[in-house]
Write a protein that binds this ligand. Structure first.
Ligand code: NAG
Ligand code: NAG
Ligand code: NAG
Ligand code: NAG
Ligand code: NAG
Ligand code: NAG
Length: 532
């Protein structure tokens, strides 16, 4: 009896009923992840050097001035670095520019600005109809140490957890598949001691819950990302989310369906960044095919309770960026098209839209200002277009967001999905052929007979045949996004269209690797024109 009452309470909390933006609303958002120290400086300066393991000067005030850059790309929410006071000083693994090394949970991180700046950021977002998601660290507090084990920690420096009794005794996480080990031992003991909070202690949990409730209220926060959620005890999570009263994405780093989905089936968390797909997306674009991605989509759809509350992503601040593994722009376009249009909440990490190519931390944390907030960058434009498509489909169909995407085609080189009910559906295909991909075509059945359809990234029209099948013309590995031509109105997409046609065959049998246009030009004696 008692437990069923608790379950109902937890279920209500997980539905976000008490929050400003409930869970249903969060599912329809598109999130841009901001690393505050690396997005914009208060004075807007871009030339002062930025050493990637140290503070580079980004602030909340700086971010406020560049919200147009984010909103014009189509994002409706931002996720920002943790906001509370960190330890000071340099360690053998750098400075706490990222905000994850908490020292005092009851003070705001002065490096990022004042309490008022954070309130101003929140207010400005809300004025724009956007939402604020804040990253919170609950697994540990942090202190510099000299790499002599066990770490000597001065617990009196922490606020509020200022005694050793609030922490697990030191042990290093060594068993990544054994919950007790990875939940109770300390993460990453090098240069920085991440003193592991005893979150199963009712005193710790109670304090955390009160803290988060106040934090959310003080800054009108709409959602949380819970750092290292997998590394605290299960029982801590649901009451914490309930106390916060807002939708939360908890970080659960795993590629195993049961390990991920149990957080939803056991009502521990409403949503998680979708690491299941992350790993298989990487497979698809790093030498493997799309079959495993298609399989894990199906596995998650049946194993998890709500795939629409998972955050779709292909990069974040902890992972080597995709272009560090393969700098082909067309592959990046395909990967981002998938993330932006698949089931779940698309989450793009700052700098992805500028094709940043940093590898492991801290190289994957380049300052965005170094690209000059260029709104004409190819991946910025792609993101803006894909999010216009998604937003329009959401407008046309109330249940678009929660309509499971159906697999139309999957093979080593392609994945084609159809999302949303006929009439407002978005049909899209991604491929890993890359920009050197050959010219070819294939049939794709996903529309109604005789539908007039437009591929919105290239603004080319096609007409479905009597079976609802369209011809997809590829030639250079580009992603394809199709919607009904009649649905374009008011979207700002493709003011002009022209009929699609087979692509020109590249490398058409000549050793010089010329396009067929060039070959004709050569034949006509115009080579000089092309070489000029
Ligand atoms: C979420 O909020 C929207 C808009 O306020 C409302 O229409 C919807 O009923 C709410 N859903 C839930 C589950 O509370
Ligand atoms: C902690 O354990 C990891 C394995 O999980 C190991 O790679 C690392 O060297 C250990 N570090 C220390 C300081 O013991
Ligand atoms: C929230 O604001 C109150 C009043 O200023 C303050 O006492 C409290 O410490 C704040 N809590 C957090 C978590 O910011
Ligand atoms: C990464 O990007 C920079 C700047 O565009 C470029 O100069 C560099 O060659 C790229 N590195 C790789 C490995 O692609
Ligand atoms: C979406 O709504 C339409 C009409 O309201 C309904 O026919 C359809 O079954 C719904 N689809 C899903 C996936 O809920
Ligand atoms: C695309 O998938 C095929 C397997 O079907 C693989 O051989 C190829 O290397 C992949 N391409 C990339 C760029 O990962």
């Amino acid at each position: 009896m008692r437990s069923s009452v608790l379950n109902i309470a937890a279920a209500l909390a997980l539905a976000g009923l008490s929050s400003a933006a409930n869970m249903t609303e969060w599912k329809s958002q598109a999130i841009y992840q901001v690393l505050i120290d690396r997005f914009a400086r208060t004075d807007g300066s871009t030339t002062a050097p930025c050493e990637l393991s140290k503070f580079c000067g980004g602030t909340w005030a700086g971010l406020i001035k560049h919200l147009d850059y984010i909103q014009d790309m189509g994002f409706t929410a931002i996720q920002i670095s943790p906001v509370v006071e960190n330890m000071e000083g340099e360690t053998s693994v750098g400075e706490p520019y990222h905000g994850y090394w908490t020292q005092n949970m009851y003070a705001i991180n002065k490096r990022f600005g004042t309490e008022q700046d954070l309130k101003d950021l929140s207010a400005e977002l809300h004025k724009r109809g956007m939402l604020l998601m804040v990253d919170v660290v609950v697994n540990h507090m942090a202190q510099k140490f000299d790499n002599v084990l066990p770490p000597k920690v001065d617990y009196t420096k922490f606020k509020p957890f200022n005694k050793p009794e609030y922490y697990h005794k030191y042990c290093n996480v060594t068993e990544w598949k054994v919950p007790q080990n990875y939940q109770e031992c300390w993460l990453y003991p090098f240069g920085i001691a991440l003193a592991d909070l005893k979150t199963e202690d009712p005193a710790v949990s109670k304090e955390m819950n009160e803290w988060v409730k106040d934090l959310v209220a003080n800054y009108s926060i709409d959602g949380l990302r819970i750092d290292a959620a997998k590394h605290v005890n299960d029982g801590f999570l649901a009451p914490f989310v309930e106390a916060a009263g807002v939708f939360s994405l908890g970080e659960v780093l795993t590629g195993e369906i049961p390990d991920m989905c149990r957080y939803q089936t056991k009502n521990l968390l409403p949503g998680m960044p979708n690491y299941l797909e992350y790993f298989k997306l990487n497979t698809a674009f790093n030498g493997g095919g799309f079959e495993e991605l298609a399989d894990i989509r199906n596995g998650a759809a049946s194993g998890c309770t709500d795939v629409f509350a998972l955050g779709a992503f292909s990069e974040n601040h902890d992972l080597p960026r995709f272009p560090s593994m393969n700098n082909d722009m067309m592959l990046a376009k395909n990967m981002m098209t998938y993330v932006l249009l698949t089931d779940g909440i698309p989450t793009i990490y700052q700098g992805q839209e500028q094709h940043f190519n940093g590898s492991e931390t801290p190289h994957n944390r380049e300052p965005v200002w170094q690209a000059g907030y260029d709104k004409t960058a190819p991946l910025y434009v792609l993101t803006a277009n894909a999010l216009k498509v998604r937003k329009n489909a959401q407008k046309l169909s109330a249940n678009y967001t929660e309509s499971p995407a159906e697999t139309l085609k999957v093979d080593g080189n392609h994945l084609c999905l159809k999302k949303g009910p006929s009439g407002s559906a978005v049909v899209f295909c991604v491929t890993n052929k890359s920009s050197s991909g050959d010219a070819y075509e294939y049939d794709l059945r996903g529309f109604e007979p005789n539908d007039e359809v437009v591929e919105v990234l290239d603004c080319k029209t096609v007409t479905a045949d009597a079976t609802g099948t369209i011809k997809v013309y590829n030639g250079g590995g580009e992603p394809k996004v199709y919607v009904l031509l009649s649905n374009l109105e008011g979207t700002g997409l493709c003011p002009k269209t022209e009929p699609d046609a087979p692509k020109e065959v590249k490398n058409s049998g000549n050793v010089l690797g010329m396009t067929s246009k060039m070959a004709i030009a050569v034949a006509a004696g115009w080579l000089a024109v092309f070489l000029a």
